[in-house]
Design a binder for this molecule. Structure first.
Ligand SMILES: Cc1cc2nc3c(=O)[nH]c(=O)nc-3n(C[C@H](O)[C@H](O)[C@H](O)COP(=O)(O)OP(=O)(O)OC[C@H]3O[C@@H](n4cnc5c(N)ncnc54)[C@H](O)[C@@H]3O)c2cc1C
Length: 492
């Protein structure tokens, strides 16, 4: 998820920093009750309508292009490769099932931004921002058009979003954001406290910025499933429950991949494995896997909906390094995620780490602080997922093995649309085509690597503590300012 102002990850157990009078402090009993019957599963993939999984790879195979990873990056790469050349033999290997990773378990916010927001893009690539903004908008429009033309029922709505300020320094930040959005031609409106409360009712809101263009909401599982269907219809060979475990250069110039029961020999390979342990060692230094946590409530009754307003049904975030993102689902639940993003020492990504009660309890508490009028709501779903954070919040896209392998990882929590941009760029790189995409500084230069362990963990923790401090005081502090100077940070 894109932060509203800056960057973050945090494991702190603080409540929402708010100047809006005395913050409501929900009891532990309320949190216990609200989480008593919660299923540990992503709400999106727990719906009816999941396609049956494609079979595992049982016999060895040769192909032109092998794609590792069946999230948005892998699926778009497969679709775009087939559209460019229908004769190309394309194989996609997914370790679990399509949409298992971030693509099937995210907040469902979709944004045209390729630069993690306008302010960040202006700060690191001011000369290319015009191009990056145009490419981002074209990319988002292409996704919207594709879902329409393919009949993908992904509840895609370009409704923009509202950022809310919970303290005085965030109100000032919203004013700066408003000016920036206006300068880039976005439809944005500053809302004072009363206007904000009239739109969505929370005692914690001091002001809001309603941005109506450039982003929206969708159902990520249905988008993943729809892209899978589109890929299969174009003749892509998809194998699920098929982890690829080994990459080696072959004498005939190809690349060999090992899977549990068979091997794949490919002329070219794409790595689309996001924050999961990368097959290419060098990527371990380019990104941090960060666990992000989410809750979903039961459907709201019409009385509860009336108590809260939110008639525009847009996405919401709060301003700060540690921020929440929240939205309504098509069946009128509230998805509430973010804030408590956790890095585990040594880049660990094992599945048990998805179970972190402290993070889900903190989220529940903050939910009831924000919406005390919804105290009788219960949460039906909780989950966590891996976000691949780079030091500059935008992906690392490049090649290896003499240009026969391409990778795009590190969307830093804002990849539901930019995954398609990553896919397009990888295909240009593999074709050795010089294009507008391959010539971007974002592509030519890689993010500054994170230090290896044992240094990495304490540095992440220290930086987190400084981000928390900034949220509370509104002051950037010496350490964060120093990182800014080197264009380094980390983010959920
Ligand atoms: C909780 C959460 C909330 C988020 N919210 C948003 C949001 O609202 N908006 C937004 O823009 N972004 C959001 N993101 C980020 C977004 O989901 C990702 O950037 C995007 O889905 C990345 O797509 P991907 O295909 O690169 O990765 P993924 O969807 O993670 O796919 C990678 C796939 O690779 C597979 N894989 C890994 N290793 C192997 C292997 N060795 N062999 C075969 N397959 C392998 C995995 O099983 C996985 O399915 C969120 C992420 C999380 C976790």
């Amino acid at each position: 998820m894109e932060p509203t102002i800056s960057s973050t990850a945090s494991g702190s157990t603080m409540t929402i920093a708010t100047n809006a009078g005395r913050a409501h402090n929900p009891s532990e009993d309320l949190v216990d009750r609200s989480l008593a019957d919660t299923t540990h599963a992503p709400y999106w993939t727990d719906q009816v309508g999941a396609p049956s999984p494609c079979q595992q790879l049982l016999a060895s195979k040769e192909c032109d292009l092998a794609i590792i990873g069946g999230g948005f990056t892998g699926l778009w790469t497969a679709i775009l490769a087939k559209e460019a050349d229908p004769q190309r033999e394309v194989v996609l290997l997914e370790a679990e099932t399509i949409g298992f990773g971030g693509s099937g378990r995210n907040g469902g916010f979709i944004s045209g931004s390729l630069t993690h927001g306008l302010a960040h893009g202006e700060a690191i690539w001011p000369k290319e921002m015009k191009t990056l903004v145009r490419l981002g908008n074209e990319n988002l429009n292409a996704i919207v058009d594709f879902t329409k033309s393919e009949g993908i029922d992904a509840d895609m709505r370009i409704v923009g979003k509202t950022a809310v300020a919970l303290n005085e320094h965030s109100v000032q930040a919203l004013e700066a954001m408003h000016a920036r959005h206006a300068q880039w031609g976005e439809d944005s409106e500053l809302l004072d406290r009363d206007q904000m409360q009239a739109d969505v009712a929370s005692p914690t809101y001091l002001a809001g910025l309603r941005v109506r263009t450039g982003s929206g909401l969708m159902d990520p599982a249905r988008l993943s499933w729809g892209l899978k269907r589109a890929a299969l219809a174009r003749g892509v060979h998809i194998y699920e429950n098929t982890p690829a475990s080994f990459l080696s250069n072959q004498r005939d110039g190809g690349i060999a991949l090992q899977t549990p029961l068979a091997s794949v020999r490919a002329r070219q390979v794409v790595i689309a494995t996001n924050g999961f342990t990368p097959l290419l060692k060098r990527l371990q230094y380019r990104m941090l896997p960060i666990f992000d946590h989410v809750l979903v409530t039961e459907p709201l009754t019409s009385r509860q909906l009336a108590d809260i307003g939110w008639s525009q049904n847009q996405g919401m975030t709060d301003v700060g390094n540690q921020f929440h993102y929240y939205r309504r689902t098509p069946d009128n639940r509230i998805l509430w995620g973010g804030y408590d993003a956790i890095y585990y020492r040594g880049n660990r990504t094992n599945r048990e780490l998805e179970h972190r009660d402290a993070s889900h309890r903190l989220l529940a508490k903050q939910f009831f602080t924000t919406f005390p009028q919804l105290e009788d709501l219960r949460f039906t779903h909780k989950w966590a997922g891996i976000i691949d954070s780079t030091s500059r919040f935008t992906p690392a896209i490049g090649t290896a093995m003499n240009g026969k392998l391409a990778y795009a990882v590190g969307y830093t929590g804002l990849g539901t649309a930019s995954a398609r941009f990553g896919a397009n760029t990888m295909l240009d790189l593999l074709a050795k085509r010089k294009t507008e995409l391959t010539e971007l500084t974002m592509v030519r230069r890689k993010p500054v690597p994170f230090p290896p362990e044992p240094l990495r963990y304490p540095l992440v923790q220290f930086t987190r503590s400084q981000l928390v401090r900034e949220d509370l005081t509104g002051k950037r502090g010496a350490w964060l300012s120093l990182l800014d100077r080197f264009g380094v940070g980390f983010n959920s």
